[in-house]
Design a protein around this ligand. Structure first.
Ligand code: KG4
Length: 358
């Protein structure tokens, strides 16, 4: 049953009284337009419009993404409010993704959030997209267990734009322990698929094929990067040369071996990710491990995290698939934490495309 606004209801074993808080989240950092409503951390709605237009080009075309966001933003936000069963006046704050991401895409969500904030006279709360991914495990759903990590925890944040190990000390305090010095792991998945002519986005395709292949038949070189940082450009090049050389000997090589190539390549990427995550857990002594970002949907990576968790006494938290890729529920939850902490964003705020600008 859903607790009602402004009434007494049970929180753990104590009965407390408080005004509940409703946050509308808006996400438009790349090629998904999404809006979500949460009440006191519980998800009331999460609406997502993905942009099929990019498929034909084998990658996201920024200009087309901005245009599609313009078309989608009004119906998506409106649908999220309707599905939540609230009236717009009940919203306490509007959380939106300020960055990082594609600037034209971010401009649509940011400008819309500002307009709505003025129209409804509700405060704005800016959210760092990556923080949304890091906090995705805190989205509560009615009729679910809602198990959540304890602080401090480590989050392996893996997407099309980032590969990081983040130490999270509280909802609003975190430290990047390691990150990629070149490509993101999602890019490596996407490039692999593109090189092999398998389609876009590459991650889910490589994942599906890898399940049918032998991960030990072909091996790819792993980089030697000091500390907890990652590198994925070398393994991509290693795949390129491997395919080129084998195809020179047998033009049908790729077609005959695509499942095994995907399985070997995916295993290499997962090994690279896990080596550093294990090192980070050892160095920090932290055993609460979470994962976030689009690549956290990968079935091989999820299985491996659970396997290592069993072996090493970690408690692992894997977000539901719908919260792995870009979604506004994670922006709403991160926005809620900020809102409760007193953060308010002025109308003068502009979106930022790069993490370093935060
Ligand atoms: O977090 P996300 O939706 O967008 C950003 O990059 O912000 O991540 C997208 C990335 C893409 O590179 C996509 O190929 C990858 O996540 N991805 C996957 C899987 N599903 C999505 N990679 C590997 N296995 C998957 N199942």
């Amino acid at each position: 049953m859903q607790p009602r606004r402004g009434i007494k209801h049970a929180l753990s074993k104590k009965t407390v009284s408080y005004m509940s808080e409703i946050i509308l989240g808006i996400e438009s950092s790349c090629d998904d337009t999404s809006a979500a409503v949460i009440r006191d951390g519980y998800l009331l709605s999460n609406v997502l419009a993905s942009q099929e237009v990019h498929r034909a080009y084998g990658g996201v075309i920024p200009e087309l993404a901005s245009r599609a966001h313009q078309l989608n933003i009004v119906p998506v936000v409106s649908e999220a409010i309707t599905r939540a069963g609230i009236s717009p006046s009940e919203i306490d704050a509007i959380a939106f993704t300020r960055g990082p991401g594609l600037l034209g895409s971010l401009l649509v969500g940011t400008s819309f959030a500002k307009g709505l904030s003025l129209a409804l006279d509700k405060p704005l709360v800016e959210v760092n997209h990556l923080q949304g991914h890091i906090l995705a495990n805190f989205i509560r759903q009615y009729d679910k267990d809602n198990l959540q990590p304890e602080f401090p925890y480590l989050c392996l944040l893996v997407s099309g734009g980032n590969s990081q190990i983040v130490r999270v000390d509280s909802p609003l305090e975190y430290e990047i322990l390691g990150q990629t010095i070149d490509d993101a792991v999602g890019e490596a998945f996407d490039k692999c698929s593109k090189m092999m002519g398998l389609g876009y986005p590459g991650g889910p395709i490589v994942d599906r094929l890898a399940r049918e292949g032998d991960p030990l038949k072909f091996r790819f070189s792993k980089p030697h990067v000091p500390g907890l940082d990652y590198s994925f450009s070398g393994v991509k090049t290693s795949l390129l040369y491997f395919v080129r050389d084998r195809m020179a000997e047998d033009p049908d090589f790729m077609e005959k071996n695509k499942a095994d190539i995907c399985a070997g390549f995916q295993k290499t990427l997962i090994d690279i990710l896990m080596d550093k995550l294990i090192k980070a857990a050892r160095q920090t002594g932290i055993r609460q491990i979470t994962i976030g970002g689009g690549v956290s949907a990968n079935s091989g990576l999820r299985a491996r995290i659970e396997e290592e968790g069993r072996k090493r006494g970690w408690t692992t938290f894997l977000p539901e698939f719908k919260f792995t890729t870009d979604n506004a529920a994670m922006i709403a939850i991160a926005g809620w934490f900020h809102y409760r902490n007193g953060k308010r964003t002025g109308l003068e705020v502009a979106p930022v495309s790069r993490l370093a600008e935060f």
